[in-house]
Write a protein that binds this ligand. Structure first.
Ligand code: MCA
Ligand code: AMP
Length: 467
């Protein structure tokens, strides 16, 4: 990985700013070198870091790349259940990072020299680009989150394809305020900046005010999930500041057409939408300087092939794809990995899509009601249901995603329980899992409607036809 960064390690004093703290590449590499030295001292299969929006998290990830040890970023607000699961499942050792501690031997020049030894840039001669670089935990429809193993090869293939699609270069200043434990904020938002050599300004939180302030300071390329963009579109003054930007990019969930149009009106920019998954990285995107349309996610990136698995006569169906950006598998779950592919080796996204004659892709829905996207976070209904069932007063639980103007979908929990309030159940989930996984609404019902197999009939719940 660091090889790719070689050309960009300059003497820029303001290379990376996170939540108001700025570091040069020299300082970042020094702190990352200290992390790498720690990792070299105690052989571990993977290490975890509490992925706050901070320079420490950036140093940890880069340190892992130098050492050739995969990093597991932990959501900082993860409660004991989620945190415990991730640490146990990955076997990762939790590392504390002190940004002030530097390994003096690691300078930009020496990192570049070390990097030239292997494509990964690892200090270890045996490391390969096919080795795991990151393990990101993400929800499935049932059960606890799975570790998605991403190699340096997949990450670099994706970042290079995105750089070409968005004309992203060292001339850019990338601005975003997304969490550093998912693909969007971490892979694109941190490693993308390091690979292209663009300055990075992470705003801490993705608020309209922070994005506008970064525009005044020279921000050119902006990332956001649709919730971020709709909040910006609702703040005309802040939105107007983004007219100085070069490119606005939206992803992680569908950008509503009215938000697209409001952004165009307020900023003068038609936002570029792109589509991806933790398991595949970003695979389809609009192009800088190309035509972009509301509701469309563009065309496949370089090296990606897509197909629609549709019933005969139908034009929409499951989007399936192949390419160099795909994950190496779910950690320790060969059956789940195998189940994610068709027999002829295409990855099943679970998203329903259509492709126009011009090759432009549109995502029209998801195959399963058990996968919820709220604020751009992917949340499995099963994980929330299990957390609710851990509460002693809850007898039954069924969780669905309901359309929401701000979050895209909001989590609604239908529960059979007594002697407990909705607010108490919300707090219970927020405390055991992550805060963003909490139900925004709890509805008490007499019984969960089930089919003959005992499976909850969630469509009835969504249609309000359950008592
Ligand atoms: C409220 N809070 C609570 C509770 N209620 N805390 C504990 N218990 C409760 N019952 C507090 C929280 O602590 C937080 O405090 C505050 O309420 C707001 O939290 P929340 O409502 O969750 O935040 P939000 O403002 O609604 O967040 C909107 C957001 C966020 C900023 C857009 O959803 C976000 O960052 N989304 C990005 C997700 C993302 O990056 N996804 C990419 C996945 P405090 O304010 O103090 O913290 S990667 C992907 O999808 C693929 C690859 C792709 O295509 O990109
Ligand atoms: P995650 O695993 O968090 O990376 O979530 C991946 C899912 O996010 C995909 O399977 C899609 O359902 C959704 N997604 C990502 N980008 C878009 C987009 N531009 N439009 C619609 N859905 C998207």
């Amino acid at each position: 990985m660091l090889t790719a960064l070689t050309g960009v390690f300059g003497d820029r004093a303001d290379a990376v700013t996170v939540a108001g703290r700025t570091a040069s590449y020299e300082e970042l590499l020094g702190a990352a070198g200290a992390v790498a030295a720690d990792l070299a001292g105690v052989p571990v299969g993977a290490f975890a870091v509490t992925a706050t929006a901070s320079l420490e998290t950036v140093a940890a990830v880069v340190g892992g790349l130098i050492a050739g040890v995969p990093c597991v970023p932990l959501p900082p607000d993860a409660g004991p259940s989620e945190r415990g699961h991730i640490l146990r499942d990955s076997g990762a050792r939790l590392l504390e990072v002190d940004f002030a501690r530097r390994a003096p031997a690691v300078t930009s020049a020496s990192a570049s020299a070390a990097a030239s030894g292997s494509a990964f840039g690892s200090a270890s001669a045996s490391a390969s680009v096919e080795d795991p670089a990151l393990i990101l935990y993400t929800s499935g429809t049932t059960g606890a989150p799975k570790g998605v193993v991403l190699s340096a090869a997949a990450i670099t293939a994706d970042l290079d394809a995105l750089a070409a699609a968005w004309q992203w270069s060292a001339e850019d200043t990338l601005v975003h305020g997304l969490p550093l434990f998912h693909v969007h904020g971490l892979v694109l938002g941190v490693l993308g900046a390091l690979r292209t050599g663009s300055r990075l300004v992470h705003t801490g939180r993705p608020t309209p005010e922070a994005y506008a302030a970064a525009a005044e300071a020279g921000g050119s390329l902006y990332f956001g999930v649709p919730t971020v963009w709709s909040r910006i579109a609702a703040a005309p003054q802040e939105a107007a500041a983004l007219s100085r930007a070069r490119l606005l990019v939206s992803g992680s969930a569908a950008l509503p057409a009215p938000v697209f149009r409001d952004l165009e009106r307020l900023t003068g920019h038609r936002p570029v939408e792109r589509y991806g998954m933790t398991e595949t990285l970003i695979t389809v995107s609009g192009r800088a300087g190309g035509e972009v349309h509301p509701g469309a996610v563009g065309t496949p990136l370089a090296g990606i092939r897509t197909r629609i698995a549709a019933e005969p006569g139908a034009e929409i169906g499951e989007l399936q794809l192949t390419g160099p950006t795909l994950f190496s598998g779910y950690l320790g779950r060969p059956e789940a990995t195998a189940a994610a592919y068709t027999e002829d080796g295409w990855f099943r996204t679970g998203d329903i899509a259509s492709v126009g004659e011009d090759g432009v892709h549109r995502i029209v829905g998801r195959a399963s009601t058990d996968m919820i996207k709220s604020g751009g976070y992917r949340i499995g209904a099963g994980e929330i249901e299990n957390a609710l069932l851990d509460h002693p007063r809850v007898r039954e639980a069924a969780v669905v995603g309901v359309p929401d103007a701000d979050l895209g979908q909001r989590i609604v929990a239908f529960v059979v329980a007594d002697g407990v309030t909705g607010a108490e159940l919300t707090d219970f989930v927020a405390a055991h899992l992550s805060v963003h996984k909490r139900p925004r609404e709890v509805r008490f019902i007499a019984a969960i409607p089930r089919n003959a197999m005992g499976k909850p009939q969630k469509r009835l719940l969504l249609e309000g036809r359950a008592g």
